[in-house]
Design a protein around this ligand. Structure first.
Ligand SMILES: Nc1nc2c(c(=O)[nH]1)N(C=O)[C@@H](CNc1ccc(C(=O)N[C@@H](CCC(=O)O)C(=O)O)cc1)CN2
Ligand SMILES: Nc1nc2c(ncn2[C@@H]2O[C@H](COP(=O)(O)OP(=O)(O)OP(=O)(O)O)[C@@H](O)[C@H]2O)c(=O)[nH]1
Ligand SMILES: [Mg+2]
Length: 464
């Protein structure tokens, strides 16, 4: 990415491509107002340079080369530092079609802006200090949020709930360092020991707070990324019927012919706020059909990658060798066993199944009757939330990068404790504490390399 320079003015279409009521071209940088001045004529003759900050002005976008009116629009100027990037920002709100947006974008480029890179507006908001890195990451989480619950976590993080906790922890660690460094200046052994003992207590407290944050990480990751859930079972047990029931639409083909589903079908469904990425697979069986065989192999692979496996069995048939083979695939995986078609006379030995299932949850359901589906949804919600429903005000870790940094910080703090217990001098403890302080700073972006920053912002969309 380019280094931020004062005359580097960026422009991009900020709204989604396609037809919409309104579309926005956003320009940020020192040339933004001058560019707007050349392409905008207010209905009352007002020029962009005379528009006050944060005022809305109606007018025409005119190509200064040809004099052609491209669209009518409203213009908003937000003069730095009172703007998203803290630079001058011009927003051109035109009609939301790809052609007017493209034409207006091209005009801004002709007049001296350059096309923004993905995430560059938010990167500038970060570099100017308006947002820290965790908040900037929350912006993209808001855009990509899949359910109300994931949105709530992301909005909380944008408002700084997580960042606040991190800053607080870093401040505490700095205080510990200061306390130890003050003790170094006293040659008396007992002062050093007293300081170390004080600090040990503070470290335990800080580590407990980190533990509390980390306890939200699994739920947080699932709210952000979705719970990869794969439905498996032998042919014809009702896997595609279950997918359709959870989606509440006829997405997958359902027939009474075993081997109906051959390809993998993937959809998102909102289960009590959890974005379930649900995958229907080909029924697992020995087969000589080439296409079906590939489907079966894929299903087995997916079992190994999934966060949760829903294994379907057929209540109207005894437990077969095929069922047992699929059960074996679940070893070490998080799974719920569903005995489907429980509306039919039962031939499945429930006790035998319970033995084969180990301590996994077994639920009787009937997809066609709609029985047991609410219990299934509840079981999934219990698994994911395990006591961590986002309340909005509590900090929530929803990002693997943040969780990793917290885990490393915690290790550094454990090392500091070990250093204290070994009776080592304060400057050795300080080394561990500094490492912890730096690790935490990676979350807010205070102590993070440019490569990581670039990597984060290139995941954004253009115009954000
Ligand atoms: N039209 C439009 N809608 C939008 C945005 C935008 O940039 N433009 N946003 C972004 O993508 C989000 C809102 N976020 C924003 C954050 C800060 C400022 C801003 O100008 N802040 C200034 C001063 C505010 C004031 O003084 O009233 C500041 O914080 O200094 C604007 C939008 C969502 N909706
Ligand atoms: N009686 C009864 N029939 C069901 C139930 N659920 C599904 N079926 C029927 O079972 C048959 C197979 O359903 P599918 O959903 O296609 O089964 P599948 O597991 O996806 O099958 P493959 O894709 O071939 O592996 C269909 O005729 C469904 O209507 C149920 O709860 N009770
Ligand atoms: Mg199917």
């Amino acid at each position: 990415m380019n280094v931020l320079t004062s005359d580097d003015t960026i422009s991009a279409i900020a709204t989604a491509i396609g037809e919409g009521g309104i579309g926005i071209v956003r320009v940020s940088g020192s040339k933004a107002v001058a560019i707007a001045d050349k392409l905008f004529i207010g209905k009352t003759g007002k020029r962009a340079a005379d528009i006050l900050s944060h005022q809305v002005v109606y007018g025409d976008i005119v190509d200064p080369g040809s004099g052609e009116t491209i669209d009518e629009a409203i213009l908003i100027i937000m003069r730095g530092p009172r703007s998203y990037t803290r630079e001058d920002i011009v927003e051109i709100h035109c009609h939301g079609g790809p052609v007017p947006l493209r034409r207006i974008l091209d005009l801004t480029l002709t007049l001296g802006a350059r096309l923004a890179e993905p995430g560059e507006f938010t990167k500038r908001a970060f570099l100017s200090g308006r947002l820290d890195l965790a908040q900037a990451e929350a912006v993209i989480d808001i855009i990509r949020s899949k359910t109300d619950a994931s949105l709530r976590v992301a909005v909380g993080n944008l408002s700084g709930t997580l960042s606040g906790e991190i800053k607080h922890l870093r401040h505490d660690i700095l205080k510990m360092i200061a306390q130890l460094e003050a003790a170094i200046d006293f040659p008396e052994e007992d002062i050093e020991e007293a300081a170390a003992a004080d600090v040990a207590e503070l470290i335990v407290k800080a580590n407990a707070e980190i533990g509390k944050l980390l306890s939200t990480a699994q739920t947080g990751r699932i709210l952000r990324e979705g719970l990869a859930t794969v439905i498996v079972g032998k042919p014809n047990v009702g896997k595609s019927s279950l997918l359709n029931a959870l989606l509440r639409e006829k997405r997958a083909i359902v027939t009474d012919i075993p081997g109906t589903t051959r390809d993998i079908i993937e959809e998102y469904v909102n289960i009590r706020g959890i974005p379930l990425k649900i995958i229907d697979t080909a029924g697992i069986r020995e087969t000589t059909d080439v296409v079906e065989k590939i489907g079966v192999e894929r299903a087995k692979e997916l079992v190994n990658q999934a966060d949760l496996i829903l294994l379907l069995l057929d209540a109207s048939m005894p437990l077969s060798a095929e069922d047992r083979a699929v059960l074996e695939l679940l070893a070490g995986r998080q799974a719920i066993i569903l005995v489907n078609k429980s509306d039919l006379p039962s031939l499945l030995e429930f006790e035998e199944l319970k033995k084969a299932a180990g301590n996994r949850l077994v639920l009787k359901i009937s997809v066609t009757q709609g029985d047991g589906l609410a219990e299934l949804e509840q079981a999934i919600a219990d698994l994911v939330y395990s006591g961590h429903v986002s309340q909005g005000e509590a900090a929530f870790v929803n990002n693997v990068r943040h969780a990793d940094a917290l885990r490393h910080t915690s290790q550094r703090l454990e090392e500091a404790l070990a250093t204290i217990e070994a009776g080592m001098p304060p400057d050795c403890i300080v080394v561990d504490l500094r490492a912890a302080w730096e690790k935490l700073g990676e979350i807010t972006g205070d102590t993070v390399g440019e490569d990581i920053i670039d990597q984060i912002f290139t995941q954004f969309c253009i115009g954000k």
